[in-house]
Design a protein around this ligand. Structure first.
Ligand code: HAM
Length: 422
């Protein structure tokens, strides 16, 4: 038995919370700015929600899911992503009767049994956004703009937006069967062993292979956007014209295919340098067939998920400071038995007046208590020594200047409220 956090997971200690709280707050603010409401779905779902939704032949479903049987014999899976669960909730709650698209966001943990490395964990956190029920490319644009907005708001520099279309069931099978697979088969000897395997199981994924040996073949592969059906072509062209209209720069990347099988038409990723081998800060796209795969009626949708750990890594990498977390403002120190009783009462009074307060609790020397006040980084220490107790006063010490004043006990919270900015 090892008493440490499981491989690929980590604790977020109080002193590390400033980043994640700030990023979550900005993400929530921007989601609200675009009219998205928060949805919380369970951390686990019945396994078929993900197996059918994400696709049997994906790395996630084949290798990375935390699947278990519960005591009732049901197969459940910890969510490896949000989209399938959110679409399941849309169907389950009949959200098609609401104004479309239904705009939903979530923040929370997801789980994938991957090989841990910088920026890649087994429990990680996503900010996830979905717009469900509308096929207009203006919604693809909206989700992309929201993503950009967050990155601009956080102050990131040098990001690259990668865009592609992966077609739909009307045109992708043709491209695969008649164009891509024959091309890759002609060059199979030049492909890495792993890509030869992919060619059989999920040929589109060969395009985003990182295997060095396969690169020349992949570079020369026919591009899917040259084989789109009219509907997909028009959708893609319109989206691109909207991006131009809003002066948004992106890189057309014909190798971008994404690791989940539900995508149709638009796919995109946001890349950053300096966050390790895993350079995707976020990714998303359109999934017009997902609701049907989950047993519902045809329901188009588009969304994005952004990895919070990678955002935090990049904030640190780019030297972007975040506001510190609010901490206690006041420390109450005391001497003796009567002093302690007065200190406990005073601390309770201050908290009731909304002043963040910690109180000394063990009967250490005043000197040791003042040291603790210093470490707590409070603005004021309140001292209830023998003399103060005798006179009904409290010594208020401003930590930054060392200045001290004696204040009547009954007036302390008023005095502090006047000095502290709320
Ligand atoms: P994804 O590309 O699998 O897409 O994940 C989105 C983001 O989550 C990644 O770009 C990365 O920032 C973060 N991420 C993924 N796996 C890990 C990991 N093991 N450790 C740390 N961060 C990770 C999806 O999940 C789709 N559901 C996105 C979407 C929403 N498509 C439509 N709607």
């Amino acid at each position: 038995m090892r008493y440490q956090s499981p491989k690929g997971t980590f604790d977020i200690l109080p002193e590390d919370q400033a980043y994640s709280r700030y990023v979550k707050a900005r993400a929530q603010h921007i989601a609200t700015l675009y009219g998205y409401g928060e949805i919380e779905t369970p951390i686990f779902e019945y396994t078929p929600v993900f197996a059918r939704g994400i696709g049997q032949n994906t790395d996630i479903v084949e290798k990375e899911m935390y699947t278990f049987e519960d005591k009732g014999g049901e197969s459940l899976t910890l969510r490896p992503e949000f989209t399938a669960g959110v679409v399941r909730a849309y169907l389950e709650h009949g959200m098609h009767v609401r104004p479309q698209p239904v705009r939903l966001y979530s923040l929370g943990p997801a789980f994938r049994h991957e090989r841990p490395q910088a920026g890649r964990f087994r429990q990680f956190h996503q900010f996830n956004v979905e717009a469900i029920g509308e096929q207009d490319p203006a919604v693809d644009l909206e989700v992309m703009l929201l993503t950009w907005h967050l990155y601009d708001d956080l102050g990131f520099k040098g990001l690259s937006f990668q865009l592609n279309s992966t077609g739909c069931p009307a045109c992708r099978p043709d491209y695969l069967q008649n164009i891509l697979i024959p091309y890759l088969r002609r060059h199979v000897d030049q492909l890495a062993a792993e890509d030869q395997r992919r060619l059989e199981r999920n040929p589109l994924r060969v395009l985003d292979s990182k295997e060095r040996q396969s690169q020349p073949v992949i570079e020369g592969a026919p591009r899917i956007i040259d084989f789109l059906c009219d509907e997909c072509r028009q959708h893609f062209d319109t989206l691109r014209s909207y991006l131009d209209l809003l002066d948004r720069r992106y890189v057309l990347n014909h190798r971008l295919v994404r690791g989940l099988d539900y995508y149709t038409k638009t796919v995109f990723e946001i890349w950053a340098q300096g966050i390790g081998a895993q350079n995707a800060l976020g990714g998303g796209g359109r999934y017009d067939g997902l609701a049907e795969a989950l047993g519902g009626p045809h329901t188009p949708g588009v969304g994005v998920a952004i990895g919070l750990e990678r955002i935090i890594l990049l904030l640190k990498e780019q030297g972007i400071a975040v506001p510190p977390l609010p901490g206690p403002e006041v420390f109450v120190a005391y001497q003796g038995h009567t002093g302690k009783r007065a200190a406990l009462q005073l601390a309770a009074e201050l908290r009731a007046a909304d002043i963040a307060t910690v109180s000394a609790v063990s009967d250490r020397s005043l000197k040791a208590q003042m040291k603790q006040a210093d470490r707590e980084a409070v603005r004021f220490a309140l001292i209830l020594g023998d003399e103060e107790v005798a006179t009904g006063k409290v010594t208020v010490r401003e930590m930054a200047t060392g200045q001290q004043v004696a204040i009547a006990r009954s007036n302390v919270s008023n005095y502090l409220r006047g000095r502290l900015v709320f």
